[in-house]
Design a protein around this ligand. Structure first.
Ligand SMILES: [Zn+2]
Length: 266
């Protein structure tokens, strides 16, 4: 992470803002309080040490950023004040896991893809009624060209190359997309985006696979990950890296994927 942020800060054109795609510190969802605290502290220290205070950072919530999601492994009771998504919120001073802001003539929306099922470690990638209604209001309130960040892809063809490692799933002869891998509300979101043509670009993490799809004039970019395949090298053909996006005044954009020189030792 240090190498990635040093590389980013040394670019000829320094970024005007950074959006992280979630799964920030591995792994808050399946580790004890002590280990999770160590990882959150390391993550925030790296940001403080390596990223200029003048560059705003906006974090997207990932499924691995939710403390105690696996209650057994994390030894969580569920009554801790920092349980669930709370610790993520408190770490960055947020009041909601989804929010929006304007910068440089563009509108940015950060979504929460992780709809937790009651009392379990399972989740479905979708907004849920409350967040969906908020997004409807948010998009109706601006005409600025808009970028949306979600942890899970709203749409990604990467899913067809990287199915979950699950025997039942693999036994299926058809090419399914698991509900933990992509937004199950992608059709509702597409209908909403068609009403708001100022939405230009959707970005996601989660898959660690670089893949671009265009549908109904909207571009969906699934970014690679700073960790590649969780620090074990490339994930399939996507090396460790981050996306650089130039946003132009006319609502167009350019994207490039940047590796940063760090290599896994094995
Ligand atoms: Zn994830």
């Amino acid at each position: 992470m240090v190498a990635a942020f040093r590389h980013m800060m040394a670019l000829d054109t320094r970024p005007d803002l950074i959006i992280t795609g979630g799964d920030l510190a591995m792994d808050i969802a399946e580790n004890t309080f002590e280990r999770s605290k160590l990882e959150w502290d390391m993550f925030t220290k790296v940001l403080r040490d390596e990223v200029s205070a003048t560059v705003p950072i906006h974090h997207t919530l990932g499924n691995h950023d939710i403390f105690g999601r696996n209650k057994k492994k994390s030894k969580a009771s569920g009554s801790e004040p920092y349980y669930g998504k709370r610790w993520f919120l408190d770490s960055f001073g947020y009041t909601s896991t989804y929010r929006s802001f304007d910068q440089g003539g563009w509108h940015f929306v950060i979504l929460d893809s992780i709809d937790l099922l009651p009392d379990g470690d399972e989740y479905v990638c979708r907004l849920g009624a409350e967040q969906f209604a908020w997004l409807e209001r948010d998009l109706a309130a601006t005409t600025l060209p808009t970028v949306i960040s979600s942890h899970a892809p709203i749409v990604s063809i990467g899913n067809f190359y990287d199915a979950p490692d699950d025997a039942w799933f693999k036994s299926m002869p058809d090419l399914r997309v698991a509900f933990k891998r992509m937004h199950t509300d992608c059709r509702e979101l597409d209908a909403l985006f068609r009403k708001h043509r100022h939405v230009k670009l959707c970005l996601n993490g989660h898959l660690h696979l670089l893949a671009t799809a265009t549908y109904n004039g909207l571009t969906y970019i699934s970014e690679g990950a700073v960790s590649g395949d969780k620090w074990k090298g490339s994930k399939r053909q996507t090396p460790e890296g981050y996306g650089i996006i130039d946003l132009f005044d006319d609502g167009t954009f350019q994207h490039q994927y940047m590796t940063y020189g760090w290599k896994a030792t094995k």
